[in-house]
Write a protein that binds this ligand. Structure first.
Ligand code: 6U4
Ligand code: NA
Ligand code: NA
Length: 156
């Protein structure tokens, strides 16, 4: 049976720009990414997302918007990563560098896709256009996407 690991990924937004973090260690090291990590036992997904954002760059989100849900499969690994993607426009404190992340603002047209997870270039446009999405990516190693799909979620 496939096991699932629930993870969060948070993007701090301002008009025309988005906050990314250079991951300094661990999974995804050397790539620009959002802030996030594993949801802990007894914690809601949004509480986990807020906690990781605070731990990784000192920002407190007053509210989070759900923007996407992505399932990642890595060939040879039975664990599916279920990544809940959020953004926030409503936050306190300026981003600071931590042991895990070096934060930097990027213009929405200057997002450095060449130094990010390869899936990001496919779903970022949906997020930047304010569209909710669901997606799936099957990776071989860290660089190669073997299979994928994405769909925009329509509001009911
Ligand atoms: P620990 O073990 O506590 O240091 P933790 O901070 O809980 O780890 P971490 O940093 O391993 O978790 O979480 C991985 C982060 O990478 C999550 O925010 C989800 C994100 N992520 C994983 N695969 C991704 C991918 N293919 N594309 C992407 N983000 C991904 O954009
Ligand atoms: Na993390
Ligand atoms: Na963590």
């Amino acid at each position: 049976m496939a096991m699932k690991k629930v993870l969060t990924l948070v993007f701090v937004r301002e008009p025309g720009r988005i906050l990314l973090g250079m991951k300094k260690r661990g999974f995804g090291q050397g790539r620009w990414n959002g802030f996030g990590g594993k949801v802990e036992k007894g914690e809601s997904i949004t509480d986990g997302a807020k906690r990781e954002l605070l731990e990784e760059c000192g920002v407190t989100a007053k509210s989070l918007n759900e923007v996407g849900l992505i399932n990642f499969e890595f060939v040879g690994d039975p664990v599916i990563l279920e990544v809940h993607v959020f953004d926030t426009w409503d936050y306190m404190n300026s981003p600071v560098e931590t042991e895990e992340m070096r934060p930097q603002w990027y213009g929405e047209k200057e997002v450095p896709f060449g130094e990010m997870w390869p899936d990001d270039e496919y779903w970022f446009p949906h997020m930047l256009n304010g569209k909710k999405f669901e997606a799936y990516y099957k990776f071989e190693g860290m660089d190669k996407i073997l299979d994928s799909w994405i769909k925009e979620k329509t509001e009911q």
